[in-house]
Design a protein around this ligand. Structure first.
Ligand SMILES: [Zn+2]
Length: 248
């Protein structure tokens, strides 16, 4: 790798990570010079060789670096048409993210990932159910992802609704799945949806409960994690500041 370029790229560390993992030959074959020079659009989707060579911890590091680029306003210059072409014949995403539908928490943007790099499942309050567990199992056991990342966020409307005991059509049943997190949250202050600190404390509990539920209800995913092929990790996205805090 050209040492002159180290430290000048917005995502230089990710490139170093992949480069050191895969070796120079595979590295240059998939990304070409665009991986080595700053300011050039990110054209390639993850290849199978790149993804398969990564450990779950390296996937976490990649997503952390993406979030740092987002917070610094130095996102990769995504060439979505090139990524679309590169991934049309097959997809090798490194992670599956279970996040909330909140319009302010789009995981691909806040983690600065491109087409073909992450599966994304979004549901109000980032809860799990049979269909979501099936989706996570597909992403990991069939398609080879190395990380299940459950992502809650601050000021979550679904969490507020669960605290308030809101009732509305099919939403009622969804909020019922969050309510155990309300009861399980240790908190000494005012336990209402008007208290931002309590809302965010419940959101954190809800993330941890979802992670545990995935482990307990999916033998497929728990087995992959036990074998070291997968990590199931919680996280919290802060609307103010834009940081994704990983519970790992
Ligand atoms: Zn939300």
């Amino acid at each position: 790798m050209n040492h002159q370029n180290e430290g000048c790229c917005a995502d230089a560390s990710r490139r170093r990570l992949l480069g050191s993992t895969l070796g120079v030959a595979a590295f240059s074959a998939v990304g070409g010079v665009s991986w080595l020079l700053p300011g050039i659009a990110q054209a390639a989707a993850l290849t199978k060789a790149q993804r398969d060579a990564m450990t779950p911890d390296q996937v976490i590091a990649m997503l952390k670096e993406g979030n740092e680029r987002f917070r610094a306003g130095k996102m990769q210059g995504h060439d979505y048409l090139a990524q679309k072409r590169a991934s049309a014949g097959g997809q090798y995403p490194a992670a599956v993210i279970l996040g909330c539908i909140d319009s302010r928490a789009p995981t691909e943007i806040i983690l600065d990932t491109g087409i073909g790099e992450t599966f994304t499942a979004r549901v109000a309050g980032n809860i799990s159910n049979d269909d979501l567990l099936g989706s996570l199992e597909f992403a990991c056991a069939v398609a080879g992802s190395k990380l299940v990342l459950v992502m809650g966020h601050t000021a979550c409307g679904a969490i507020k609704g669960a605290i308030d005991g809101a009732k509305l059509g099919n939403l009622t049943g969804l909020l019922d799945k969050i309510k155990p997190a309300v009861d399980a949250t240790q908190f000494s202050g005012e336990r209402t949806s008007k208290n931002d600190a309590f809302v965010d404390a419940v959101a954190a509990t809800n993330v941890r409960r979802t992670v545990e539920e995935i482990r307990h209800r999916s033998d497929v995913l728990a087995g992959l994690e036990k074998d070291g092929k997968l990590k199931i990790v919680g996280s919290m996205y802060y609307l103010v500041g834009g940081k994704v805090e990983f519970y790992a």
